[in-house]
Design a protein. Sequence first.
Lengths: 288, 563
Amino acid sequence: MNDTIELNLEKKERVMIDKTPSVKTNKSNTAQSSEETFSACIQVKGYHFYYGDNQVLFDVNFEMPERQVTAIIGPSGCGKSTLLRNINRMNELIDGVRHTGDILIKGQSVYDPALEVTEIRKRIGMVFQKSNPFPKSIYENIIYSLRMAGEKKKSVLDEAVETGLKAAALWDEVKDRLEDSALSLSGGQMQRLCIARAIANQPEILLMDEPCSALDPIATAKIEELIYELKKDFTIVIVTHNMQQAARISDWTAFFYLGKLIEFNNTKKIFVNPDQKQTEDYVTGRFG
Amino acid sequence: MVHQIKSSLSFNKNARAVGEPFVWFTGMGLALGVGMILFLLGLIFVKGTDVFWPKSVAFIEFKDTATSNSGQKIAGIITKKQKKITQIVSEEQTEGAASHMEWQLFVGNKDVYGYNFKFFDVDDIEKVTYPKGIINIERLEYGNAIAFPRMLKIDGGETITSDQPSFHKRLKETVHTVEKRWKEIKAIEKDQIGLINLKLNHLNLKAKALENQSSERHTEALKVIQAEKQALEEKYQILATNAQTLRELQRKGHFVYELASGETHKIFIGNLLGFHYPNQMNWFQKFGLFCRHIWAFLSQDPREANTEGGVFPAIFGTFVMTVLMSLAVTPFGVLAAIYLREYAKQGLLVRSVRIAVNNLAGVPSIVFGVFGLGFFVYFVGGTIDRLFFKEALPTPTFGTGGILWAALTLALLTVPVVIVATEEAIAAVPRGMREGSFACGASKWQTIQHIVLPAAAPGILTGLILAMARGASEVAPLMLVGVVKLAPNLPLDGVFPFFHLERKFMHLGFHIYDLGFQSPDSEAAKPMVFATTLLLIALVVLLNLGAIFIRERIRKKYAAGAF
């Protein structure tokens, strides 16, 4: 693997290059046991994470495949959201955090000191538990990441808005009122707006932190449909409390308990025939 | 199936919620506070507007047996009726006293009597009438005259006596002509001649600068300057002659009037500013005059050591200074608050800075005035003078009080308010919004610029409103850094470079102080003090309403946030 970074001398910005390794998942020190090969997009290697003196993630090792949905499940407080937020280094907004180990995206470490953290975040979209549209118009919300990257051409921005909203299945509902405030939408529409915003800059990865927990079943169903469509183009990692949701929409599932990765496998296998007893206890509802 | 209620739950019907009386206390407190404010505002409003309402003039004849003013007649506006002080003190009854009152009269005619107000014993009064023919004349000098009009002589040789039917009309026309001529004279003297003087001054400075370096090129330049000066001098002569002619015209004509006592006086028509027959006017005419008086108060320059005329320069000076102060304090305060809240590492240092800023709000304002004098005026202003205005020295340009230094001093005074309000507003922006911005790949500054500041804008404007209210009413520091009793010109005018920030200015707050404590005739000044106070309150309220309006507009656009 080539660990150097190429500088794009024209734009003088550092870009992440695709160094996707093809991974055989037959590693003995991980919790995987399947023989399937997939293109790994995100690799977590020997990752420990601390909030001050408090360790919350213990030696996490697994890989999330490209263009598939990986669900991270587990009871409350087991570190699922923490791990998710570390993929795009959002936890660094909190004081006093530290880590050991590494997270690699397509072979490149996100902690590379030569890389500006905003560049990483531009290649990753994130959707939060509570939808957080900006108090701007719908149009401005979607193109926010493009604007921050410096894009000024109206044609490019317009196209991004249309593509994003269509991909988020919101285009028909709002195409006539793009200048209206984003806060005038319903809860489900706002979350879909946030999804459209997250994918507007065409990132490779989409991280979703319990995106449906604050929504009613109909909105939830719409978003789950959306995720199914989106995985054709994006690698999606979704943290969810709702096991049935994980079973419905994900291809791979990682089960966490108290900061440790217990099992990572094909979703079908995790829910029908898990290897670890703890996993079986959790998915059958013996503890929650 | 009907379920029976097996046991009963007993409620104590006589119990009252704990603390009910305190609700009444808080309501009373609010009522008391609001009541006091309304009373104060009402008092100022009533006494302030009372000045402008035209009042009837009484014609008083004294008894022959009176102790003073026996047999005399006097005319004036009754301004106060009160119990005689000696009576209140001694509580004795003098013989044959019908009442124990005394009246204060505004008699005008300061040039004749030497005073405007006088107290008269009611017991001495024989008859009080309100003659229709009496006139109240507003004059350029010595204030108002209250008398009977007798004759008007105009420069064409025409003489009209007051009994002729056309007198009223001709008087009105004359006053109108005189007013127009004064406006012309002012335009020539203040604007045009003033402009020439400014240019001459400028040329003199240029010449002085060149004289210090002598060479061929400079001698040429000096010649050019001399030629320009010559041209300007010629223009000046023409204008001066014009003004002089007009002034002569103002003296071509007299107005003769007779006082209540029978003396006759005459004044040049140029001295007439306005007149009205107070006992002849109906309510609508009085209201019209009332509005005209208020307009004159707001738009004219002051006369007679600020006791007559208007307060326009003070209004303008207060407004310009408040706007300059707001422009100075907002970026400074907002940037400081952003740094304290967003970038600085939250530790002991930041906490001490915050404590220091809060304490700054408690420093007496006169201390800021002294600091402004020492730092802005002498240090910064002196340095600017030495660097850019060397030729004018020893006359200071920026090295003396001026509107710029006053605005900056007050900006320092109000900066803690803005910092605190901005910090609170920034802290109130929800975390989710910030995280959303970071997740979109924005840097910290981009997040602040595009998300945090717009969402915090209503709170920042609240801070600005508080700052403006505080700054517009501080007087003590201004006295040291640039406010004067009478300023020759405005800090903003039509002459390049339009913003004359080194000029001294007038201020409503200082005007109130000056009128109340430093005027030669305190009784005459009292009504003006109330009127100016009312005006200052109205100005601050207007500024605040403007800022509140802007804040509401912003709030509608950015609907999130607690402010």
